[in-house]
Design a binder for this molecule. Sequence first.
Ligand code: AMP
Ligand code: MG
Length: 329
Amino acid sequence: MVQSKNQEVIKLKKLKVFFSVLIVITLLAGLFWNSQKGGKGIETTEFLFDTICSITVFSRDDQAAAKDAFDEAARIHKLSDFFDEGSDVSKINNANASVPINVDESIIDMIELANEINTASNGAFNITLAPVSALWKFDAETPIPPTDEDISAALKKSARERLNFDKKSGTVKKAFADTKIDLGAIAKGYAADQAAKVLKNAGVKSAIIDFGGNIVTIGKNPKSPDGKWRIGLQTPFASSGEYSKILKLDESSIATSGTYQRSFEYDGKLYHHIIDPKTGYPAVQGFDSVTITAKSAALADALSTAVFVMGEEDGKKLVEEFGSSLEIL
Ligand code: AMP
Ligand code: MG
């Protein structure tokens, strides 16, 4: 999720063509949903977390709830935005060592889960990788890989600690002033969970949330005779809606991490956005996407990134530990 500042212009351009590229970007996000009878419910979309986010409800009465759910997602986006100087993440990133930093409960929740996955993945998942991630300018017009020197300098500031937090006082503390965090691997999933809570609290019986491939399904699919939701796993690098597998699911949370979601080619080599904390370079695997079904979208989001770094064998063990399931393409 980390991108260079000068990409704000590109972001604005993206917003302008927002509706016309909706379908393409949704497919690039790696997942789609559909219903057997072809019905689509009432879909609302917003551009958050640098991607297309959609909420589909199946009753006209539920549209106000969808708006409230988006308000909550937008709040989480604002709190976790690496580039917004006013965000809680920037507050943490700009703070000195040993100072308690007051942050929203949602930030503490994300840090708590990130720490848990960091331990369980033996450091493969690490939100303090931000100084390294920030060197990779995936949205630049002509992206080039950072130098080995830049990477090793940034690695020294990265992935060397987990953040301490205190839930009671709602504070976070850093051990080093130059530690920075990036919640890009977990925030979309967390926001999808929060949006689902808002919908459920409002009594919504049937809905699907898709925040850039981080999906939560609520209740039964009213358009399908068996009530199941069909989630298609995009064939990596396929130019259009080509799916390698269709998952048939009840109420669930699903996330995909893929090389094709944010990447560039340089000198005939593909560089993608999931970074191995051991090297500072994109994780090298014999696959291009990992899809996780888990008990929450935040967990699925974090696990999909972690498994991408760990590889299939260790990744399977990690996923089993969390009672989740895994698809690798
Ligand atoms: P995702 O699409 O959920 O796999 O998240 C990828 C994003 O998370 C990247 O764009 C980075 O901002 C960040 N990231 C990259 N590598 C890691 C890692 N090893 N651990 C945690 N976050 C990462
Ligand atoms: Mg993730």
